[in-house]
Design a protein. Structure first.
Length: 484
C-alpha cells in the first residue's frame, strides 16, 4: 500500500485499484447437467432485477411422482425379470424386440396407463401389447386414437388389436395369437386384417384352396387356429359338419407330419361320412400305422385310399383292444393287487333305486308299490385295473395307465356316468388326490373338457364330499412338469 501512496504523491491523478466484490450465486455457472438442474430449481434474480427491486423468480415446479404401475411398466421395458408378474411378462417379450419396437410399445403402454385401462389387470394382455408393437409398420390406425372400452381385460385387448390391424373383419379364433405368443398366427392376423385371402397367408401348415379358406374363416366358435384350418380343409372336401366337429377334436386337430397323406384321409372322410362316431378310433389307428406313436410306424407305407370303411373300423378296434391288453399287462405287476382299497371318499347316487322294503311299505294311489325312476347319472370309484382300462377304452384316453398311483393310494379315480339306453355309460373321468382332498383332473371323450352340465354335477358332488377343485380343472390343460 505504501507504493501506491508514493505514486499518488507524485501523480495526483492516479486512482486506487477497486477491489473485486465477493462472488455470489448469480455469478456461478453450473458445469455439469446435474448441477444445471439443481441450479434451475433455485430462486433466481439478476443484478438488474435486484437493483430495480423485482421479486424473486419462483422455482420451476417439480415433476409429478410416477405411479407404481408406471414404474412396473418401465422395469419390464428395461428387461427386468425380477419384479412383479406384470414386469416379468413384459420383460420376457421385450427380449426379442428392437429399439424402435420397444419405443412404440412404451408409447402404447403409457397411453393406456394414463387412460386408466383395465388391461393391466391381466399381465398376459399387457405383454400382448408389446407383441402388437412388433408389427407397428402394418398398423391400419394410429394407437393414439384408441379409446379403452370393454368389460374385461381380454375383451379390451381384442378391441385394441382390431383397432390397430382390422381393415376387414378378422375371425375370433385367431384373436388369441397375441396372448399365446405364436408368431405365425400373429402374421395370419395381420394378413387377414389387411383384407388378404387366408389361402395366401404365410406359413400355413398345408395348402388351402379358396373354398377351404372360406370355410376356415367361418369355422364355429370355440376352435383354435389349427382346428379352424382343419375344419376348412375337411369342409372343402365336402365332409359333413357333424363329422368335422368330431374330427377336429381328434389327432387331426393340429399340424401332423406328412400332411399330404392326411389330405388323402380328409378326402376319404368326405367319401365315407358313415364313420361318424368313430373318427377318434380311426385317427389313432391310422396315425400308429403311418407315423407311429412313441415308436416306429407299424406300416410306413400305409395308405387309406380305396379302403372299405367297415373293414378299416374293424382293424382299428382290434388294434385298440390289443393296445389296451398290452397296457394292462404292463401296468399290472406283482406288487399291484387285483383290487385295491377305497380312498374313503364316497361316490354320488342322487336318486337311489328302491329297495324291496321300500316297495312293500310304500303304496301308490292304485294300491301298488311306488315306482321310483332309476338315477340318470352317478359318480363311482374305480378300484381295479380292469375298471381303469375299460374307462380308458370307453372315453379314449390314458386313464388305464394310472394303475400304479391309484393302487398305492396317491390318486383316486372316479367316473361320472350317465344313463343311456338303460345302461350307465362313462361320461367324465375324475382324478382326486385323497390326501389333499382336491380334484385335479376331469376329462371326457378323447381328453375333452367336461361340458357345462357335467361340470355342474361334479361341483355338486365335490360340495357334498368337501372336495376342492383346482382352478385348471375346467380351464386349460396343465402343462407337463407344472405343479398342481
Amino acid at each position: 500500500m505504501g507504493s501506491n501512496h508514493a505514486v499518488y504523491l507524485t501523480n495526483p491523478s492516479y486512482h486506487f485499484p477497486v477491489m473485486p466484490r465477493p462472488l455470489d450465486d448469480s455469478d456461478y455457472t453450473p458445469a455439469g447437467p446435474r448441477e444445471r438442474r439443481l441450479a434451475a430449481a433455485r430462486p433466481k434474480r439478476t443484478r438488474k432485477a435486484a437493483r430495480a427491486g423485482a421479486p424473486v423468480v419462483a422455482a420451476r415446479p417439480r415433476r409429478a411422482e410416477k405411479s407404481e404401475l408406471r414404474r412396473q411398466i418401465e422395469r419390464g421395458l428395461n428387461g427386468d425379470t425380477a419384479g412383479s408378474s406384470l414386469t416379468r411378462q413384459i420383460a420376457y417379450v421385450v427380449r426379442d424386440c428392437s429399439h424402435r419396437q420397444i419405443a412404440v410399445a412404451r408409447e402404447m403402454l403409457y397411453a393406456l396407463e394414463r387412460r386408466g385401462s383395465i388391461l393391466f389387470d391381466h399381465p398376459t394382455a399387457a405383454a400382448g401389447v408389446v407383441r402388437l408393437a412388433r408389427f407397428h409398420e402394418q398398423f391400419q390406425r394410429p394407437p393414439a386414437t384408441f379409446e379403452p372400452t370393454g368389460d374385461t381385460p381380454h375383451e379390451q385387448f381384442r378391441r385394441l388389436a382390431n383397432h390397430l390391424f382390422e381393415r376387414w373383419a378378422v375371425p375370433r379364433w385367431i384373436g388369441d395369437a397375441w396372448l399365446t405368443g405364436d408368431a405365425r398366427e400373429q402374421q395370419w392376423f395381420v394378413h387377414l386384417g389387411a383384407g388378404r385371402n387366408l389361402a395366401d397367408a404365410p406359413g400355413l401348415p398345408y395348402p388351402l384352396t379358396k373354398r377351404m379358406a372360406h370355410f376356415a374363416i367361418n369355422a364355429p366358435r370355440g376352435l383354435d387356429a389349427l382346428q379352424a384350418l382343419r375344419w376348412g380343409q375337411l369342409r372343402g372336401f365336402s365332409v359333413p359338419e357333424e363329422l368335422c366337429a368330431e374330427a377336429v377334436h381328434t389327432r387331426l386337430r393340429g399340424e401332423l407330419p406328412d400332411e399330404p397323406f392326411w389330405k388323402t384321409v380328409a378326402e376319404w372322410l368326405g367319401v365315407h361320412p358313415e364313420v361318424y362316431g368313430h373318427t377318434g378310433v380311426l385317427a389313432d389307428y391310422v396315425f400308429a400305422q403311418r407315423v407311429g406313436d412313441f415308436a416306429r410306424p407299424e406300416h410306413p407305407g400305409f395308405t387309406i385310399r380305396g379302403r372299405d370303411p367297415d373293414r378299416l373300423l374293424a382293424d382299428a378296434r382290434a388294434w385298440h383292444d390289443a393296445l389296451h391288453r398290452r397296457r394292462r399287462a404292463a401296468a399290472r405287476g406283482p406288487e399291484v393287487p387285483a383290487r385295491w382299497r377305497s380312498c374313503g371318499i364316497a361316490g354320488f347316487l342322487p336318486t337311489p333305486p328302491p329297495t324291496s322294503t321300500d316297495a312293500e311299505n310304500q303304496k301308490g294311489a292304485g294300491g301298488g308299490p311306488v315306482r321310483r325312476e332309476l338315477p340318470s347319472w352317478a359318480i363311482v370309484e374305480l378300484l381295479t385295473a380292469d375298471d381303469l382300462s375299460d374307462e380308458g377304452a370307453a372315453l379314449h384316453h390314458c386313464v388305464g395307465g394310472y394303475v400304479a398311483q391309484t393302487a398305492s393310494g396317491d390318486s383316486a379315480i372316479f367316473s361320472l356316468r350317465r344313463r343311456a339306453e338303460g345302461i350307465m355309460r362313462p361320461s367324465v373321468t375324475i382324478e382326486v388326490w385323497p390326501a389333499q382332498r382336491r380334484i385335479v383332473q376331469a376329462r371326457g371323450q378323447q381328453n375333452a373338457q367336461p361340458n357345462a352340465d357335467d361340470q355342474r354335477l361334479i361341483e355338486t358332488w365335490a360340495k357334498t364330499q368337501g372336495l376342492g377343485i383346482e382352478s385348471f380343472v375346467f380351464g386349460q390343460p396343465m402343462r407337463r412338469g407344472e405343479r398342481r
